[in-house]
Design a protein around this ligand. Structure first.
Ligand code: ZN
Ligand code: ZN
Length: 437
């Protein structure tokens, strides 16, 4: 369709083209066999590729004129972006191709004959732009790239273009990567409710480091993991940071300090929240989890706000006890979770602040995610005489608290059987039933 704002009438050839497209689109919609669909698909794409060539040529010609200024835009790119309803990067891509049609004659022919796609050509043009924009590059030459384009998928050619650029212009390639490294940024914006908004930019290498660190930790874990990809990424990031602090792997990091009253630590109703550095007050459940086995520094206040325990910057469960627990459990004990012992916490089935013993019979290894589910998430853990760990979701119908019934193991088994894949941990569930009595 012709844009309403266009001042000059569209040329008769373009009008004829649009007419042909209209007629094509108004054809009778008959059933097409899959093989027919496949053949049509290839040809429609080819037609689009040919039109892309025309668009690129026209866009490049337009960008050499002052017409954008006449029509009140700040640049030709901006005019095209706005009037042709495209993203800036797509406009840049088209103009780059249009500008380099003359230097890529054989590649243009290859698009016309359907040997390569327009997407191949766009990559080649981008490579030409990068090389020509660098004073240290060897001259751009299409032959080698075209050979690869005939052979490679678009994704593989994209990869190859980087290698080619490095080969023809090592200095420029390094300079560009260095620029990206200098432009790394991470903006932390604390929100009113204590949450933190992250906005950032990482260079090639930094991005790879982050992704390779997150990837193994961001996989779905154990039973009942319904977190989405982005949720799992965020959890993985927090887990890495927590682990680095626990393991003392950071150069000069004192541990997180939390200050809480004894009542809070015991989870008594009416007790205040816990205080933590860099955070708004945290819930009693969180205080309990952090104190369960963290290396956080605890400052526990008695009834008169008298400091009764300045905690240590070491694990509650340490040394031989910790090694024995790691040897016994080997990994997180949540059903079907295999996060290794070094990435897990020692969870007190009965919290030590409520008189639970710090001995093997009262402890199980839980990874950070599942430790969270056992405290804040409201899941209950029930251990059988054989040491098997059963998980009961928050607010199970008919069961207030596994610890309150005559046979918690039987009750937990019943709920484990009832569990459908739809059961999910709900941190917001009202009337939460804690794992600790
Ligand atoms: Zn715990
Ligand atoms: Zn786990």
């Amino acid at each position: 369709m012709v844009a309403e704002e266009a001042i000059a009438p569209v040329s008769p050839e373009v009008e004829a083209l649009l007419g042909a497209i209209d007629r094509f689109r108004q054809r009778p919609r008959t059933h097409r066999e899959p093989q027919q669909l496949a053949a049509d698909l290839k040809c429609i794409r080819h037609g689009q590729d040919l039109l892309e060539l025309e668009f690129a040529d026209t866009a490049a010609r337009f960008s050499k004129t002052e017409e954008y200024e006449e029509q009140g835009s700040v640049s030709p790119i901006d005019w095209i972006r706005h009037n042709c309803r495209m993203s800036s990067s797509a406009v840049w891509g088209s103009v780059a191709v249009g500008d380099h049609l003359a230097e890529l004659p054989h590649s243009v022919e290859a698009v016309e004959s359907g040997e390569i796609g327009y997407a191949h050509l766009a990559l080649m043009a981008r490579t030409a732009v990068a090389l020509q924009g660098s004073s240290t590059a060897a001259p751009f030459e299409e032959t080698e790239l075209l050979e690869k384009a005939r052979e490679f998928s678009v994704g593989r050619l994209w990869h190859f273009c980087h290698h080619l650029r490095h080969a023809l212009d090592p200095e420029g390639f390094t300079a560009e990567q260095n620029r990206a490294t200098q432009e790394r940024s991470l903006k932390l914006s604390p929100c009113e409710d204590g949450t933190l908004l992250l906005e950032g930019w990482l260079d090639n290498l930094g991005g790879a480091a982050l992704r390779s660190a997150l990837e193994p930790l961001a996989q779905p874990r154990g039973d009942h993991d319904e977190r989405g990809r982005e949720h799992r990424n965020a959890d993985a990031l927090v887990e890495i940071l927590t682990h680095a602090q626990d393991a003392g792997g950071l150069p000069q990091r004192p541990h997180l300090q939390v200050t809480a009253s004894l009542d809070t630590l015991r989870g008594l109703v009416g007790s205040p929240a816990g205080d933590m550095e860099y955070a708004l007050p945290v819930s009693a459940d969180t205080v309990q989890r952090l104190a369960c086995d963290g290396t956080i520094t605890r400052v526990v206040l008695g009834p008169e706000s008298v400091v009764i325990d300045v905690g240590r910057a070491r694990r509650v469960v340490a040394g031989a006890m910790r090694r024995a627990l790691a040897a016994r459990d080997g990994h997180c004990r949540w059903p079907h979770c295999d996060r290794p012992a070094s990435w897990s916490d020692a969870h007190h089935v009965i919290h030590w602040s409520n008189g639970g013993d710090t001995d093997l019979s009262n402890m199980v290894l839980l990874c950070h995610r599942h430790h969270w589910m056992a405290h804040e998430g409201g899941w209950q853990l029930v251990q059988t005489a054989e040491g098997e760990v059963l998980t009961v979701p928050p607010r199970p119908p008919g069961l207030a608290r596994a610890a309150d019934v005559d046979d918690p193991v039987e009750a937990a088994r019943r709920f484990a059987q009832q569990l459908t894949p739809a059961a999910s941990p709900s941190p917001l569930a009202e009337g939460r039933v804690g794992a600790d009595p």
